[in-house]
Write a protein that binds this ligand. Structure first.
Ligand SMILES: Nc1nc2c(c(=O)[nH]1)N[C@H]1C(S)=C(S)[C@@H](COP(=O)(O)OP(=O)(O)OC[C@H]3O[C@@H](n4cnc5c(=O)[nH]c(N)nc54)[C@H](O)[C@@H]3O)O[C@H]1N2
Ligand SMILES: Nc1nc2c(c(=O)[nH]1)N[C@H]1C(S)=C(S)[C@@H](COP(=O)(O)OP(=O)(O)OC[C@H]3O[C@@H](n4cnc5c(=O)[nH]c(N)nc54)[C@H](O)[C@@H]3O)O[C@H]1N2
Ligand SMILES: [Mo]
Length: 894
């Protein structure tokens, strides 16, 4: 970088040559007022408040849009400059409502701040005021254009950060307005309610609806924490007043997302104070759940667990831990099952989600986590996004992928649905669901046929290549094209774009894992990356986007039936000895049940009791009727949740856990970043932190887990988990740390497998194409695929009043050709049936789905998709095939 000397306010300063005057002054701690400049947006020069005097220039210049030059002499605060600024402020105020006393933005308004600084006390010009109606068309954002100063930050943020271009300018002169095209209200526009516009608006034009009951800035306590929804791991500040959360605000210091969030993180946190929160333990008496004291509930559980253990053995008890809970909660849960009960029967929702990633990548690379970091995404050269709907399921990552494309990255999307990323892609491979292995094998065959493979990488860093080469011979482009429905020419283009790039990275999610061949799918992607040398450096790798806020952590903590914390095998005697030493007990050498096996074991009379924390399998596991039968067959069921879920309704005892806002601990995001969750409010009612409940129960059962606070649990975790060796709460700060952190002087690891794979050499696995277990047939002619929508999170955001109001019902997607065949119309409610059950749903007729395909979410109570999904699982990982089953649609006769 070139440095030059300039003179600012009579002092010489060294500044980088590529900066604007405004930025250069800020670097030198000289504040220049501005209402339209934002360090993360392009400059528009709209407000002109940043005017300064530059020697030799004619008139004053806008410092945000003028670059510094060698020898420039700048004055930022002369009487003329101040006078010009005051006039600009007076002109702004001439058109602006001055209802500052009741304005939502009071205390945070930049216009008011400058008016104060420049002594603008009243509306001197008595200008014409706008009389626009307030836009109240949505549950989240209030738009009051009477206060808009046309700085255009919202427009630029929508286009440059969110890459959505929903906002723009309409009309000219006094009639100028910013907002959605045709000045539509927000609620009727294409807005995704990420609230980025809110975060950058300097005045009271855009304010948060919920904040109206919020309070003035000086009344609010801000507590930095980590979002409890998806695995992206966004940071934000909970705004607390009088012991209640009244809003969420963001800050540039958050390492993953900076000031930007999605609709759920910004607006869905109201669920913490939902009137439906569990606030006290419940015990089943006369077949009804009635309120109870903690002592009574815990003593009942302890005595039942002991009784069952004594009668049927430790392996007749099982637990589900929770990817929604902290690492500390999960660590204590698996320790409870292993130490107090004496079984490895502990699992969690990674099983139904990314267990194929853990198994597949561990086989190919030796470690089953995302190889690279989120911050690398905008600089990618090529992104291969397969089976991942990132803009809805990991919105901040989706946004970064769109930014990458804007920066010149070539995007290939492989997905049967027309998801938003398709609009940004150079190439869309619209494959038939479940045909990914054939597709990847086909692409690899083309790569080899053209000699595009990375020979040196294969030679030096991998093993097993010959087996793969042999297998690939069969996967000729014409054959693969017939299987997948993807034209041959597109296969060639995908192969060329991916293999010939300087660097290319793969992102994938459940479109890959939730199949009966999910682990094979993952290993196929690992093959593709190794074949082209795209692992072990920045912007290249194999990146599973982990789903839940702490599913990475749940796995790291050993809430799995085959491994202790840090993926250390329960069957390895050396490892077992280490944990026996640390925990002071003899441990079981027998692997535990995976989730689907637990329900089978219950039905077979082998599993008698379950302890389920923070999971709702009665709704979210496939084939709900079967799962519910399994739960009902238990002698004793304990559910620990923050709401009375469908699973909790079947329980003998229900325990109220504290939500993320009410406890301290850590979540580990998809890029292995361990981040602090900080307690902002007291637990609601009599709820207690999950780790504390488990420790209390352990104590009654004669095992004292002596932790004063979660920081002590983390100390124990790091002493036993090599990847977490250097992690301490005190070290995490705002930025967190990415594991492996080998010791207290190690700073963490942004990307994996740099010079060597975790397992040594990367392993090529020859993978034969495989297809879904249940395909459409005459009786059930449609293929049902299930997944997510942006506005809801699994089955737990229905308790957010604002998110629910925004997206109140299921809209099953049906292709126009099928709708016509079936004689059903957009908006109609139909019956969707499979061999396992029947549900009702409203439909939307759209070519987002292929002909012959139906897409539904599983978010809604009155269209519970899992009553019809198939319970078929991946053999290796036990993950359900949520992405393919056969259904029929029936018209409902009135
Ligand atoms: N808004 C929101 N975000 C969430 C969640 C949520 O419930 N709501 N849940 C979180 C969780 S737990 C998870 S695991 C993640 C999941 O995140 P994603 O996996 O991205 O979400 P899904 O909608 O399940 O499906 C992913 C994509 O796979 C495609 N697909 C389906 N079948 C196939 C196939 O056979 N091959 C290919 N190549 N693609 C296919 C679908 O069309 C869809 O676009 O999201 C997390 N984030
Ligand atoms: N049809 C279909 N079904 C699916 C999928 C699909 O794609 N299609 N995806 C699957 C996937 S990937 C996943 S991960 C699962 C998710 O399935 P689940 O894990 O069952 O669903 P969640 O809504 O994430 O919430 C789990 C529970 O945790 C509770 N909870 C939240 N925070 C806390 C806390 O701090 N303490 C306690 N004790 N409880 C808490 C919530 O109230 C909720 O009841 O769903 C699966 N189900
Ligand atoms: Mo998930």
């Amino acid at each position: 970088m070139e440095w030059i000397t300039i003179t600012v306010d009579e002092k010489k300063r060294q500044v980088p040559a590529n900066l604007s005057i405004l930025e250069a002054c800020r670097e030198s701690h000289i504040q220049i007022p501005t209402l339209c400049h934002d360090p993360e947006l392009t400059d528009s020069g709209a407000c002109r408040l940043c005017m300064v005097e530059v020697e030799g220039a004619r008139g004053l210049v806008a410092s945000c849009s003028t670059k510094v030059q060698k020898g420039m002499v700048i004055r930022t605060n002369t009487p003329e400059v101040r006078e010009a600024r005051r006039t600009i402020l007076e002109l702004m105020i001439a058109n602006h409502d001055i209802d500052c006393l009741t304005c939502e933005k009071m205390g945070n308004c930049e216009l008011a701040q400058y008016a104060y600084e420049y002594g603008v006390k009243k509306d001197v010009f008595q200008g014409q005021k706008r009389e626009d109606e307030i836009d109240d068309s949505n549950p989240f954002i209030l738009r009051d254009l009477n206060k808009c100063i046309l700085c255009g930050k919202c427009v630029r943020a929508c286009s440059e950060i969110q890459v959505n271009n929903v906002l723009g300018y309409v009309n000219r002169g006094f009639e100028s307005r910013v907002g959605p095209a045709f000045n539509l209200p927000y609620g009727k526009s294409e807005c995704v309610f990420c609230g980025t516009c809110l975060a950058v608006c300097p005045v009271g034009a855009l304010t948060e609806k919920k904040m109206i009951a919020g309070g003035r800035p000086w009344e609010l306590k801000k507590v930095r924490t980590t979002c409890p929804f998806c695995g992206t791991g966004c940071g934000f500040d909970l705004n607390v007043r009088d012991g209640k959360i009244v809003g969420v605000t963001t800050d540039a210091s958050a390492p993953v997302n900076g000031r930007f969030l999605c609709v759920k993180g910004r607006f869905g946190i109201d669920l913490v104070h939902s009137p439906e929160r569990l606030t006290t333990p419940l015990i089943r008496k006369n077949n009804e759940l009635v309120e109870a004291e903690w002592d009574e509930a815990l003593e009942l559980i302890a005595s039942k667990f002991k009784e069952i253990k004594n009668k049927y053995g430790a392996d007749s008890l099982g637990a589900l831990s929770s990817a929604r809970c902290t690492n500390e909660d999960n660590y204590v849960m698996q320790k409870f099952m292993r130490v107090v009960i004496g079984t490895n029967n502990v699992d969690h929702c990674a099983r139904v989600c990314h267990a194929p990633s853990v198994a597949g990548l561990a086989t190919s690379f030796g470690s089953g986590a995302m190889t690279n970091s989120i911050k690398e995404i905008p600089d990618s050269k090529v992104i291969f996004a397969i089976g991942t709907n990132a803009t809805e399921a990991h919105p901040i990552i989706g946004t970064k992928i769109k930014q990458a494309v804007r920066n010149g990255c070539r995007l290939i999307v492989v997905d049967p649905r027309r998801i938003e990323l398709v609009n940004h892609a150079e190439l869309w491979l619209r494959l038939k669901p479940g045909t990914d292995i054939a597709l990847i094998n086909g692409i690899m065959q083309i790569i080899l046929a053209h000699g595009w493979e990375d020979k040196a990488f294969i030679e030096e860093r991998t093993t097993g290549f010959e087996n793969l080469r042999e297998l690939l011979r069969e996967y000729t482009p014409d054959k693969v094209s017939k299987i997948t429905g993807v034209p041959e020419e597109q296969l060639y283009r995908a192969a060329e774009i991916y293999a010939c790039a300087e660097r290319a990275q793969i992102f994938y999610t459940l479109g890959i894992t939730e199949h009966t061949h999910g682990t094979d799918n993952v290993m196929s992607l690992a093959n593709l990356a190794m074949l082209t040398g795209n692992v072990g450096k920045e912007n290249s790798g194999v990146n599973p986007l982990r789903g839940q806020n702490n599913v990475q952590g749940g796995c790291d903590m050993g809430a799995l039936p085959n491994v202790y914390p840090g993926y250390q095998q329960v069957t390895d005697p050396g490892v077992r000895r280490k944990f026996e030493g640390a925990w002071g007990v003899t441990l079981s050498a027998q692997k535990g049940y995976m989730i689907p096996d637990m329900f089978e074991a219950s039905l077979a009379g082998q599993l008698k009791a379950m302890y389920i924390m923070g999971e709702d399998p009665a709704t979210t596991d496939a084939d709900s009727n079967h799962v519910r039968r399994g739960l009902q067959a238990l002698d004793f069921l304990v559910v620990q949740d923050i709401f009375l879920t469908e699973t909790a309704k079947l329980a003998d005892v229900v325990l109220p856990g504290a939500s993320f806002a009410e406890k301290t601990g850590t979540f580990t995001n998809t890029e292995r970043r361990v981040q602090m969750v900080n307690q902002a409010i007291d637990p609601v009612g009599n709820a207690k932190a999950d780790w504390k409940i488990i420790c209390d129960l352990a104590a009654i059962m004669g095992h004292h887990f002596d932790y004063e606070a979660p920081a002590e649990i983390m100390k124990e975790i790091s002493s036993l988990t090599p990847q977490y060796a250097g992690i301490r709460h005190e070290r995490l700060g705002i930025k967190g740390m990415q594991w492996p952190v080998f010791g207290e002087d190690h700073e963490g690891t942004p990307y994996l497998h740099k010079d060597k794979f975790t397992r040594g050499k990367g392993l090529f696995m020859p993978i034969e194409a495989a297809y879904a277990k249940e395909m459409p047939d005459e009786e059930y002619p449609l293929l049902l695929s299930t997944g997510r929508k942006l506005q809801h999170y699994n089955v737990s955001t229905l308790y957010s009043a604002s998110l629910f109001e925004h997206a109140p019902e299921e809209l099953a997607e049906v292709n126009p050709l099928d709708a016509e065949k079936l004689g059903i119309k957009d908006g109609e409610i139909v019956a969707v049936a499979s061999r396992r059950g029947e549900i009702r749903s409203r439909i939307v007729v759209t070519d987002k789905v292929l002909p012959g395909m139906v897409f539904m979410t599983f978010h809604y109570k009155d269209a519970p998709a899992n009553f019809i999904t198939s319970g078929a699982c991946d053999k290796v990982s036990g993950t359900y095939e949520y992405k393919v089953c056969a259904v029929k649609i029936k018209k409902i006769e009135e």
